[in-house]
Structures are given as structure tokens and as C-alpha cells.
Design a protein around this ligand. Structure first.
Ligand SMILES: *[C@@H]1O[C@H](CO)[C@@H](O)[C@H](O)[C@H]1NC(C)=O
Ligand SMILES: *[C@@H]1O[C@H](CO)[C@@H](O)[C@H](O)[C@H]1NC(C)=O
Ligand SMILES: *[C@@H]1O[C@H](CO)[C@@H](O)[C@H](O)[C@H]1NC(C)=O
Ligand SMILES: *[C@@H]1O[C@H](CO)[C@@H](O)[C@H](O)[C@H]1NC(C)=O
Ligand SMILES: *[C@@H]1O[C@H](CO)[C@@H](O)[C@H](O)[C@H]1NC(C)=O
Ligand SMILES: *[C@@H]1O[C@H](CO)[C@@H](O)[C@H](O)[C@H]1NC(C)=O
Ligand SMILES: *[C@@H]1O[C@H](CO)[C@@H](O)[C@H](O)[C@H]1NC(C)=O
Ligand SMILES: *[C@@H]1O[C@H](CO)[C@@H](O)[C@H](O)[C@H]1NC(C)=O
Ligand SMILES: *[C@@H]1O[C@H](CO)[C@@H](O)[C@H](O)[C@H]1NC(C)=O
Length: 596
């Protein structure tokens, strides 16, 4: 017997065949989607469907997804319903065979890939000072800062439910869950699932015991069961975690927004998008929820500057500049709804420039925090390049950059000349925090030792809990995994008083290129020793290239046609799988694969 919800989808089939185009035509176009030209041909088929209405587009894509077994029916329906109206808007409003159509092919189908950047020169109010402020360490004792990311708390996590399911994430009682559970979810988490509340509480308690001066959080509160998450779910997720952080942490935490912190996932509309569908509800919730830590004027900015803000850290000369990176993200399909060149969606780069100029004028230092690393292969190359221009201009003011999203313990180096990558030309190092969710290795967070005069990083340690131990299900134990200074320092000959400079991180990549043992250790560290993905010589080469690519155009991840999500070393899905979770791009890939 058909499950009731599946029957509901199949009922839609007759109306689908009655609309413009048909699933057969789209199926045929999908089957031949192997390169750029055939992807543009697919868009040409989808455009009239979109013009006949979002419902037609959603029904046809959903039915094809179900017929081809690209995902479970509920996953097909939820994912397509989320992204469908925005893709429909894209198809209706752009020249689908022009440059915007090509960018959409790159993001959704992994074809039409290009390293080219649309030239744009960011304007600055003042030239870089001839004699920039020198921030000098007086050798005082460092203070401690905790960095958390990608908590992905699933408030529907159900201990005892099946951890072995056919969906992208498990550990919930789904309508079609089998009645006999062979692999029950434990109380504190499972590798096939997002984070139960008990694990998030346990991490916050571990952080509190470390007594940091403050913490930073680089986003992604909500669970990645994106086919289910609606605006009321994500609103509750954001509010609940704000309350939990406030209850458990006595020091302030400076948060930023992730791509999962809205619904439908990833879709932050541009102010130019002529739509009531935007993420203002997110900005409103976080403005109110974060005010206790970031204070009134920054909370006002969150509400009026699309989730970005700049906040002074009390008792320091340090400002936290939080940026909403989702306006530069290739899976935000609102960014393809116009052929008009929009170099700075929602003015986030202009906001950064204003805040950085104010900090420079005040002789203050700045840390930038955000969700998606600027050099990630899923960043739009244009905006990544423009951001890098801002970084180059204010490199003396910016003492640190911190991101998440990849779920891995990584870093990315920016150079004054990307054709000449040396310790001398390294100008900034972005530190990327691992995830809490047990779905991407062992749950972890980072702890920094910070020089109180320069706000530079003296050490970066990873703390973790081992999800494979029996103790984890009883009461997770958190402890030091490794310290970058202790582990990597001797490999590059770091001197005792020196911070972890961009030159240090560059020299470490030189070690990774020549010392196989050291590189494999790094590869193990990525996932905190759990779910380690083997990395061969080609993967090693790509990995090192990516560490040196704060600009996405310099990234070496190669797209595989038909697989929208680019893969490290062209092999196993690595970076992208964890952070994007299931999405419309995955569904499209699965459909192409099913037809191949
Ligand atoms: C905007 O929101 C309305 C109401 O929720 C919905 O019917 C419509 O499909 C949405 N449009 C887009 C482009 O997301
Ligand atoms: C759409 O873009 C293609 C490729 O650049 C171009 O040949 C065509 O003339 C454009 N169509 C319109 C209506 O602008
Ligand atoms: C998971 O489910 C599959 C398919 O039902 C089954 O073959 C496998 O043994 C299960 N694994 C565990 C660990 O229960
Ligand atoms: C959102 O989804 C939840 C279940 O996850 C459901 O209870 C609720 O009614 C939905 N809200 C809206 C506005 O659709
Ligand atoms: C960047 O480095 C390349 C390679 O060393 C060199 O040819 C080029 O002149 C450099 N560019 C600048 C602006 O220094
Ligand atoms: C990096 O390596 C260069 C060249 O070997 C060396 O001159 C420099 O001191 C090193 N810097 C750091 C911070 O390790
Ligand atoms: C290579 O790295 C390992 C640590 O991963 C270290 O023990 C060893 O001394 C390094 N070898 C050289 C030649 O530096
Ligand atoms: C985690 O625990 C398992 C089981 O005791 C052990 O095999 C593994 O080495 C541990 N991992 C780490 C990173 O400590
Ligand atoms: C990666 O491979 C290319 C081409 O073989 C080579 O030029 C480059 O030096 C390699 N990079 C690293 C970091 O090994």
C-alpha cells in the first residue's frame, strides 16, 4: 500500500503532464546534460515551464526526482518546494543562455565552470596610510577565546529512533521509518545524524569550564534536514540556541549567520529581488537575540544591514566585524535572478569598508567572522575577489579572520600576490573551526590564545569529544585534541614569542608538501580523527593549493560535470558534502547520475 504522503505526490502527476513541456522533455534534457551547452539547453526547456508557474516547475522536478529515485519522496518534495520558486524566478527573469545562466549551470550542475572574474574595483574612502599603526606585543599573558561553528542542532532528534535510514540524515521518527529499529540512536548523537540538544548543552558546559574572555560562533544553528525545515522551525531553532548560549555561557559570544540559518536553506534574497520573500525574519530574530552580547548599535545593524554588524569587545581595542557571507554563496539562488551586474549584493562589502575605515581611523584592530570561508569553491569567484581587495587594503587593521561551514579544522592563506605565494607575501590567515555535529567527524571546537596588545593568535587548539567511545552516550568527555603551536611549531621552527602569523601558516603548507607524515596528520585532524577520508597525492596537491587560496578563483577543487558540488582531488565528496547537506544541487546531480 502506498504511504499516504507518497500517494499525495503521485496524485500530482496528471496535472504535470497537462502543463507546458513535460517530464519526458525535461528528462531527455537532463539525460544529455553533460556540458555547458547541454545545461543551457536544459534551462531553455525549463524556462517555459517556469513561465507557466512555479507550481508546474515544482511538480515536474518533484515527480522526476521521485521517479528517478534521486531521493526519498518526502526529501524530493521538500527540497524542490524550497528552491523551486526561486529557480522559477531566475528562469523567468534572466537570459537563460547568457552569462547568468552559465553561472547557474556552474552552481547547480557543475558545468560551465570558469575561473574568470568580472572585473570590479572596490572603492575606499582613503588610501592605505603611509605609516600604519604598529600594534606591538608587550609580552603580556594571552587571553582565551573559544570558536564554535556548525552546531546543527536537531530538536527533533529522537533517541531510540533509527540511525540507519534512507534519508540524508537520520535519528528522527519519519512517517516512513521502519517499525523495527536495528540501529537505535543513542542519547548524545550519532554519525548519521545532526546534533541532539544534550550534546550542544554538553559543549556549552565544556566551554564555560574553560572560562574564555569571550567566544565567537561562525553560524549554522539549524539542523540540515532541509526538506523539512520551514520558517517557524528555523525561527524556533535560532531563538532556542540564543537562550541556551545565554543560560550556559557567562562571557559574551559574538555570532554570525550561516546558510542554514534561514528557510528555505541558503536563500537570502537581495534587496533588488522585488520580493516579500526574504530573510528579514532572521535578521529581526538575531538582532533581538544577540543584543545582550553585541549591544544596541550592533543589534541595530543586524536588523538593517542584512545580518552583518560591527561590535566592540568590551575592555579591549578589538572590534568584531560579522559578515553575512550568504550573499556571496553560489547555492543562494537569489543571486541569479537578474542579468544586471550587482557586484555588492545588499552592500555587505560597502558595510565592511565603512567599518574597517572607522576602525583604522580609531587605531583599533578588527577580527572578521563569517560562515563560509572566502576561498571556498562554493563562494562566487567575483565576490571572493572583491572581498580580497578589501582585505588587502585593510590588512594592517585586520588581525584575524574566522569562518566555519566546511565542518573541518582548516585554514586559508591570503597573499599580496597570488602568483607568488611565499612566507613574505602571505598577508592574512583565516582560521576555520570544525563542527559540533557528529555527522562530520568527532564533535569539536577551537580555543585560541590571544595576545592582549595585538589581538594576534598565539595558539589555536582543538577540543573534541570522541563519539566512538561508550562514555560519549553517557556523558561526553571534552578534552584537548591538539595544539597548533605544540604540534606544528617545531615543524616550521616557530620561535617562542612569535604569534601564528600568515608566514607561519604558509611555511606549514611548505612542510605539508614535503613531509608526508605531517600532511597525513593534518588530514586526520580535519575530522578530529573520526571519519577520516584517505587523501592520495593528487588530493594532497589540491588540499595544499586550497590552503593557499583565500580567493576562490585560486582554489584547485575541480568540478565534475553532472556533479554540481566540486570535489577535493576530484575523488570522494569531502568539503562540500558536509557543509551543503542535501540541496537542490544534490537532487539535480542524483537525477543526472540516475539517467547516465
Ligand atoms: C513568496 O512567498 C509566497 C507566500 O509564502 C509564496 O506563495 C511564493 O511562492 C514565494 N515566492 C518565491 C519567489 O519564493
Ligand atoms: C542571451 O545570451 C546569448 C549568449 O550570450 C546571446 O547570444 C543572446 O542574444 C541573448 N539573448 C537575448 C534575448 O539577449
Ligand atoms: C542498515 O540498513 C541496511 C538496509 O536495511 C542493512 O542492510 C544494514 O545491516 C543496516 N546497518 C545497521 C548497522 O543496522
Ligand atoms: C513547519 O513545520 C513543522 C514541522 O516541522 C510544522 O509543525 C509546522 O506546522 C510548519 N509550519 C508552517 C508555517 O508550515
Ligand atoms: C606577482 O608575482 C609574479 C610571479 O613572481 C610576478 O611576475 C609579478 O610581477 C608579481 N606582481 C606584482 C604586482 O608584484
Ligand atoms: C618561513 O620560512 C622562511 C623561509 O624559509 C623563513 O625565512 C621565515 O622565517 C619563516 N617564517 C616563519 C614564521 O616560520
Ligand atoms: C615530519 O613530520 C613529523 C610529524 O608529523 C615529524 O615527526 C617529523 O620529524 C617530520 N620530518 C621532518 C624531516 O621534518
Ligand atoms: C576514539 O575512540 C575510539 C574507540 O575507543 C578509538 O579507537 C579512537 O582512536 C579514538 N579516537 C581519537 C581521535 O582519540
Ligand atoms: C601540484 O601539482 C602541480 C602540477 O603537477 C605542480 O606544479 C605543483 O607544484 C603541485 N603543488 C604542490 C603543492 O605539490
Amino acid at each position: 500500500m502506498l504511504l499516504p504522503f507518497l500517494a499525495a505526490y503521485l496524485l500530482l502527476v496528471p496535472s504535470a503532464s497537462a502543463t507546458v513541456g513535460s517530464t519526458d522533455v525535461i528528462r531527455a534534457a537532463l539525460q544529455t546534460t553533460v556540458d555547458c551547452a547541454s545545461c543551457l539547453a536544459l534551462w531553455t526547456e525549463l524556462k517555459p515551464v517556469a513561465e507557466s508557474g512555479d507550481d508546474a516547475l515544482i511538480i515536474q522536478l518533484t515527480n522526476l526526482c521521485i521517479e528517478l529515485g534521486a531521493a526519498d519522496p518526502d526529501v524530493c518534495a521538500g527540497v524542490v518546494a524550497g528552491a523551486g520558486p526561486v529557480l522559477g524566478q531566475d528562469f523567468r527573469q534572466i537570459n537563460v543562455t547568457g552569462p547568468t545562466g552559465e553561472k547557474l549551470c556552474s552552481a547547480l550542475m557543475g558545468v560551465c565552470f570558469s575561473n574568470a572574474v568580472d572585473p570590479f574595483t572596490v572603492q575606499f574612502p582613503k588610501p592605505a596610510p603611509a605609516n600604519p599603526t604598529v600594534f606591538k606585543s608587550r609580552g603580556r599573558a594571552p587571553f582565551r577565546v573559544v570558536h564554535i561553528s556548525d552546531v546543527h542542532i536537531d530538536r527533533g532528534y529522537t533517541p531510540g529512533s533509527s540511525a540507519n535510514c534512507t534519508k540524508p540524515l537520520c535519528c528522527r521518527d519519519f512517517a516512513d521509518s521502519p517499525s523495527i529499529v536495528t540501529d537505535p540512536a543513542g542519547p548524545n548523537g550519532n554519525a548519521n545524524c545532526d546534533t541532539p540538544v544534550s550534546l550542544a548543552d554538553s559543549m556549552l558546559e565544556a566551554i564555560e569550564r574553560l572560562n574564555p574572555s569571550f567566544s565567537i560562533f561562525t553560524g549554522d544553528v539549524a539542523e540540515r534536514l532541509v526538506w523539512l525545515v520551514n520558517q517557524s522551525d528555523v525561527s524556533a531553532d535560532l531563538e532556542d540556541f540564543n537562550s541556551e548560549m545565554a543560560a550556559k555561557l557567562s562571557a559574551p559570544i559574538f555570532p554570525s549567520l550561516g546558510n542554514h540559518d534561514t528557510a528555505p536553506v541558503n536563500l537570502f534574497a537581495r534587496t533588488t529581488s522585488h520580493t516579500a520573500n526574504n530573510s528579514q525574519f532572521v535578521f529581526d530574530i538575531q538582532s533581538a537575540g544577540w543584543e545582550r552580547w553585541i549591544k544596541e548599535s550592533a543589534a541595530f545593524q543586524v536588523e538593517h544591514d542584512s545580518g552583518s554588524y560591527s561590535a566592540q569587545v568590551s575592555g579591549t581595542n578589538l572590534r568584531i566585524l560579522a559578515v553575512n557571507t550568504q550573499y556571496w554563496y553560489n547555492q543562494n539562488f537569489w543571486l541569479y535572478d537578474s542579468d544586471v551586474f550587482q557586484p555588492d549584493p545588499n552592500g555587505i562589502l560597502a558595510f565592511m569598508v565603512d567599518q574597517l575605515q572607522a576602525a583604522e581611523d580609531a587605531g583599533a584592530r578588527v577580527w572578521i567572522i563569517g560562515h563560509i570561508p572566502i576561498g571556498s569553491s562554493s563562494m562566487l569567484f567575483d565576490q571572493s575577489n572583491y572581498y580580497d581587495q578589501v582585505l588587502q587594503r585593510y590588512k594592517n587593521t585586520i588581525a584575524g579572520q574566522f569562518f566555519g561551514h566546511s565542518h573541518m579544522d582548516q585554514f586559508e592563506i591570503a597573499y599580496s600576490n597570488y602568483s607568488d605565494q611565499t612566507a613574505q607575501t602571505a598577508v592574512s590567515a583565516a582560521l576555520i573551526a570544525p563542527a559540533l555535529t557528529p555527522n562530520s567527524g568527532n564533535p569539536a571546537f577551537k580555543v585560541y590564545s590571544i595576545d592582549p596588545d595585538t589581538y594576534e593568535v598565539m595558539d589555536a587548539s582543538v577540543f573534541f569529544t570522541n563519539a566512538s567511545t561508550p562514555q560519549f552516550q553517557i556523558n561526553p568527555q571534552w578534552g584537548l585534541f591538539y595544539s597548533a603551536r605544540e604540534t606544528y611549531g617545531p615543524l616550521v621552527g616557530l620561535s617562542p614569542s612569535e604569534p601564528l602569523t600568515p608566514a607561519f601558516w604558509h611555511n606549514l603548507t611548505e612542510v605539508f608538501a614535503t613531509n608526508e607524515t605531517a600532511f597525513q596528520m593534518y588530514n586526520t585532524f580535519l575530522t578530529r580523527g573520526g571519519a577520516v577520508v584517505p587523501c592520495d597525492a593528487a588530493c594532497q596537491n589540491t588540499t595544499i593549493c586550497d590552503l593557499r587560496a583565500f580567493r576562490a578563483q585560486n582554489n584547485c577543487d575541480v568540478p565534475t560535470p553532472g556533479f554540481s558540488l566540486r570535489r577535493r582531488g576530484g575523488g570522494v565528496l569531502h568539503e562540500t558534502e558536509a557543509c551543503e547537506g542535501i540541496g537542490i544541487a544534490h537532487i539535480m546531480s542524483n537525477m543526472v547520475a540516475a539517467l547516465a
